[in-house]
Design a protein around this ligand. Structure first.
Ligand SMILES: Nc1ncnc2c1ncn2[C@@H]1O[C@H](COP(=O)(O)OP(=O)(O)O)[C@@H](O)[C@H]1O
Ligand SMILES: [Mg+2]
Length: 589
């Protein structure tokens, strides 16, 4: 296991590098806190002349630094002047502390929002293949709990820096008061630090465990919520409750283990620290005070510094413990920020003016990461404006082919071209405006019908949305709903029937007036009556478009000029006007 300091340093360095825009604030914040530390140290420094003057009113002249200054002040006013001097320094220090914590707050705000922005960007930029390896619960956890802990980590690092600066300023002041005592105090500090570092490893381990358990717990909750119907209808509540209980327990155990380890660390540190301080006082008393190497004002001021230093050090060690505990979370979050972007070979920036010739697949193959190759050397041509029906038993690779056509996955070998152009060259926005997709299970967002159809795309007005909805025969439904187009759908559209959901998905696919429409078993989840409504909607939606439809339903194929049997890779003509390009001609393009 790497040392807790090493892991923290690595995580912090990467975090700072990734949240670059906040660097100026970071330096500014540390600078202000540094200023506060200097004033704090100076306050302790002024205590010596104050104590000296209190003990011997005429002592001022012999004191270093302030001696000359005090000589100019009448003996009777020296205590007052020094008192006000200390007050002013404390005031300035606190002013800087307030400014520093405001700056630190702004820094944290920026860091966390920037972190979440980058996380979302990474998730959206990654490929379906990457996200398939994670559950939605786990991903949600990274955004919510993990990002929150990263926030606390940043906060703890700032508190750590702040208190370390304060502690250092005390050490500086103490050094000026007595180097002997300070040297002895540093030895005690080093012992405490060493003990803290050893105990920190246990905390760090529990922290990593907490991060893992938190993801598991979130996964379990989303599974239970998503699969509630299955759980209820199989009467397996007890089984799921037991599973959940186990995850909940390991999460709580990691949390408790952190608290326990931190308490242990705190206890050991405090005991070692206090023993050291007492040892120091005894040492000073016997060795230096008795022999006159140290006078009483210096000794008292040193003692005051030490008393103020201990709580600051306590906070330093406590935040260090916390930092160690959450470093695993930060590492986990950083791994998400390193998620590989898809596609590795970027899309081009070409416009997609119109499909006039057709879509061609040449020797296309696709293998999954596990080596399974559902699409092997597939070649076919869909002339513009025609419909191709894709058939084949379940598991032959129909949906895989759809993901290839939509550029959600990249063919392992072979070429797909639209009007002779490699389809990878089209810009993402242009390509997806030109190629509409309808999937077997439509995904509806928890927003209004209007927003579900528009899906955030620019330049789509209410008339276009209404026209698309009317085309798929949803006009009467919209009229019936009190809020019409603005009716907010329940999560995943559960307030609508399957057929209505699917027709909203078709309206979404055609509202940009795409040249190509791809449908993946759009009616297979529907009953016979609803199916007819959806097929009518598909018929209306595919008029004038090149349509590729994966289906087993003969009624959904009636307009298909061609059919591709994916089990054999053979394309056949279904209508008399459909002519099949010769293999030689195909190879020539
Ligand atoms: N993400 C994946 N990773 C590995 N294999 C997969 C993945 N998705 C699908 N497959 C496999 O690829 C084959 C084709 O799947 P799919 O395209 O969904 O078939 P279809 O749509 O024709 O029923 C199946 O054997 C399936 O198990
Ligand atoms: Mg499928």
């Amino acid at each position: 296991m790497p040392s807790s300091v090493g892991a923290t340093k690595a995580a912090l360095t990467e975090l700072i590098a990734r949240l670059r825009p906040s660097r100026v604030r970071l330096v500014g914040t540390i600078f202000v806190l540094l200023g506060a530390g200097v004033f704090e140290g100076a306050t302790v420094g002024l205590l010596v002349p104050l104590l000296a003057v209190l003990v011997t009113p005429t002592a001022g002249a012999r004191l270093p630094v302030v001696g000359d200054l005090l000589n100019g002040i009448p003996v009777g006013s020296r205590v007052t002047v020094l008192g006000f001097g200390i007050l002013a320094l404390v005031g300035l220090k606190n002013l800087l502390m307030v400014a520093g914590s405001r700056l630190a707050g702004a820094l944290r705000f920026r860091s966390v929002t920037e972190l979440q922005r980058q996380l979302l960007e990474r998730v959206m930029a990654s490929g379906v293949a990457t996200l398939e390896r994670h559950t939605s619960g786990e991903i949600t956890d990274v955004f919510v709990s993990e990002a929150y802990r990263v926030n606390r980590f940043i906060d703890a690092c700032l508190v750590f820096v702040q208190r370390s600066i304060i502690a250092l300023s005390y050490v500086g002041a103490m050094l000026a008061l007595s180097w002997r005592l300070t040297a002895a105090a540093v030895v005690v500090g080093a012992v405490v630090g060493f003990a803290g570092e050893r105990l920190g490893r246990k905390v760090q381990h529990s922290g990593r465990e907490l991060s893992r358990a938190s993801g598991e717990l979130a996964r379990e909750v989303t599974e239970v919520v998503g699969g509630l119907r299955v759980i209820r209808t199989t009467a397996t509540e007890a089984h799921f409750a037991k599973n959940f209980g186990a995850h909940s327990e390991s999460h709580a155990a990691a949390d408790v283990s952190i608290s326990y380890s931190l308490a242990l660390q705190q206890g050991v540190i405090e005991s070692v620290g206090v023993s050291g301080a007492i040892g120091l006082a005894l040492l000073a008393h016997h060795l230096w005070l008795a022999t006159g190497k140290l006078d009483v004002p210096h000794f008292l001021a040193f003692g005051f510094g030490l008393v103020r230093l201990l709580p600051a050090l306590n906070v330093v060690y406590a935040t260090q413990g916390y930092i160690t505990a959450v470093v695993g979370t930060v590492e986990h979050t950083l791994r998400w920020l390193r998620l590989p972007a898809y596609p590795a070979r970027p899309f081009g920036s070409e416009r997609f003016p119109e499909l006039t010739d057709g879509i061609r697949l040449e020797n296309v193959s696709f293998s999954y990461a596990d080596g399974h190759t559902p699409i092997k050397n597939l070649s076919c041509f869909v002339p513009a404006g025609k419909t191709l029906a894709i058939l084949g038993p379940s598991g032959t690779g129909k949906s895989t082919l759809v993901t290839l056509l939509l550029r959600l996955r990249e063919p392992s070998t072979g070429k797909i071209s639209f009007d002779g152009e490699d389809y990878w060259r089209f810009s993402a926005i242009d390509f997806h405006r030109a190629v509409g997709l309808v999937e077997q299970e439509p995904f509806l967002f928890n927003v209004s019908i209007f927003e579900n159809v528009v899906c955030g795309r620019a330049g789509i007005d209410r008339n276009a949305v209404l026209a698309a909805l009317k085309l798929v025969q949803l006009g009467p439904l919209i009229e019936r709903l009190p809020q019409g187009l603005d009716t907010v759908l329940a999560e995943r559209g559960t307030t609508l029937s399957g057929g209505q959901r699917q027709r909203i998905a078709i309206a979404r696919a055609i509202v940009t007036n795409p040249h190509v429409l791809v449908l993946d078993e759009p009616t297979s989840a529907l009953d016979a009556e609803t199916e007819q409504e959806v097929i009518a909607a598909i018929d209306a939606a595919s008029v004038g478009r090149t349509t590729i439809i994966v289906t087993h339903r003969v009624s959904a194929m009636k307009h298909a000029a061609y059919q591709l049997d994916l089990a054999t890779g053979q394309v056949t003509a279904r209508t008399s006007d459909a002519t099949l390009p010769q293999p030689a001609a195909r190879a020539g393009v």
